[in-house]
Structures are given as C-alpha cells and as structure tokens.
Design a protein around this ligand. Structure first.
Ligand SMILES: CC(C)(COP(=O)(O)OP(=O)(O)OC[C@H]1O[C@@H](n2cnc3c(N)ncnc32)[C@H](O)[C@@H]1OP(=O)(O)O)[C@@H](O)C(=O)NCCC(=O)NCCS
Length: 209
C-alpha cells in the first residue's frame, strides 16, 4: 500500500494512503473501542476507507515518534485522542485516505475530487463576496469548498455554516495558501491559514490552528 508521509515540523505530520482492497491490513494497533466501531461498519468500501484513514494516522504518529493513543468521536463527530494528548483530523475520497496529527494544536484536513458539478452548487456554500472573486472553474471552486471543510473540521462544532459563518479572503488558482475566518458564531474572529495542494484530480487542504 503506497503511503506518502510528510513531517510538517517536529509537532505535526501528514499521511496520505492509497485505499487498496487487495493489501492485507494489520489493525492490531486499534483500541478496543475502535475495533468495536469498525465492527459496526457493514459496507466493505466504508470499512476500508475507515481502516486506511486509521493506518494513515498510525503512520503519521510513527513519523513523529508518538504512540497511537486510539481515538473516539465526540458529540460533533470530531475524532479526539483517547489519551487527551494531541489533535487529529481525517479525510477520505475515492481511492485515497489522509490524516494529519499535531501534538499541541487543533488541525483539519480535507480531500475532494474536482468535479464540474461543484459550479452549480456554489450558491449553497459561498458568500457573495467569494462568488465575486472565484473564477467559474471547478478547480477554484473545489479549493474554496475544501478550504471551508478543513476550517470546519478544525473547529469541529456542528452548526457552523459554510456560507454564513466561514469567510475566505480572495485567492487565485495558483495560490497554495488560503486565508479564512469564522464569523457570526461564538467562535467568531478565529482566523485560519489553509494550505492547499493539487494532486492530479483531487484538492487537498489542511489547516493548523
Ligand atoms: C462531517 C463532514 C465534516 C465530513 O466531511 P466529508 O468531506 O464529507 O468527508 P471526509 O472523508 O473528508 O471526512 C470524514 C471525516 O470527517 C471527520 N468528521 C466528522 N465530523 C466532524 C466534525 N464535526 N469535526 C471534525 N471532523 C469531523 C470524521 O473523522 C470523518 O472520518 P471517519 O468517519 O473515518 O471518522 C462534512 O460532511 C460536514 O458535515 N460538513 C459540514 C456541513 C456543511 O455545512 N456542509 C455543507 C453546507 S453547503
């Protein structure tokens, strides 16, 4: 199974892993609680996405020399470390799973396939100021969508609206960093810097806060 690990700094690492249905997976490192969660996923493709994302975290932790603490989902769906130490975020897209871990700061990661149809749903997740600066290009729209997903996952609370509460500063198709902030919620005026990567037909973003 192909894995790409990037040590961002001594506190954080990112791992991307191909979802390979033929490769045997050793899952002994999972906590008891995680093994139970896995047993409750009935769909084989979902199971494989879930396990590949956990293997990605496991390998990101290894790159940092950190033990795997096990993770549980809080009431919002955000994964939290069972040891209370460190922050994690996960994403999967067809064929690929990704994870980011940071020892001391909250993180968010997202991967999205670039699809033409995103142009039709811009009004649902974009503010009018964002619609003004974005080109009618599926890559540009996917960058905006994914940046908002990463910010959403980093803050972790349900009820934060992409269109109303997460606002992106103007950015171009060539930019590798997007600035965004949360407004109009109890987390208002939280500012985020989102890193952007283009991987063939997928946009990857992540943020550390
Ligand atoms: C839940 C949500 C963050 C998942 O993102 P996604 O792009 O559909 O799927 P991804 O594969 O990238 O991410 C899935 C992971 O997100 C994580 N996640 C779920 N809820 C989360 C939350 N509240 N905070 C942080 N991470 C969360 C989980 O770890 C999940 O992986 P797992 O099921 O293997 O544990 C997303 O669907 C969502 O609800 N977004 C906000 C709602 C919204 O405003 N949508 C658009 C408005 S137009």
């Amino acid at each position: 199974m192909q894995t790409k690990i990037e040590k961002i700094d001594s506190y954080s690492a990112l791992a991307l892993k191909n979802i390979d249905f033929n490769e045997p997976q050793s899952l002994e490192f999972l906590s008891f609680r995680e093994k139970l969660s896995l047993a409750n996923i009935s769909h084989p493709a979902k199971k494989r996405e879930w396990t590949t994302a956990r293997l990605a975290i496991y390998e990101a932790l290894q790159a940092l020399g950190e033990p795997y603490p096990g993770f549980f989902k809080d009431e919002h769906g955000k994964s939290q470390s069972m040891s209370g130490h460190g922050y994690v975020s996960l994403s999967h897209t067809p064929g690929l799973a990704g994870a980011i871990f940071h020892k001391t700061q909250s993180v968010g990661i997202d991967m999205d396939l670039i699809r033409e149809k995103i142009l039709k749903i811009g009004f649902r997740f974009l503010d009018s100021s964002e619609l003004d600066f974005l080109e009618k290009d599926p890559v540009h729209y996917t960058m905006a969508w994914s940046a908002k997903e990463s910010i959403f996952k980093c803050q972790g609370k349900r009820g934060v609206s992409f269109r109303e509460n997460i606002l992106l500063a103007p950015f171009s198709l060539e930019d590798s960093v997007i600035k965004g902030r949360i407004r109009g919620t109890e987390f208002a005026d939280s500012h985020y810097t989102v890193e952007v990567r283009k991987l063939e037909n997928v946009i990857l973003t992540y943020t550390i806060w």
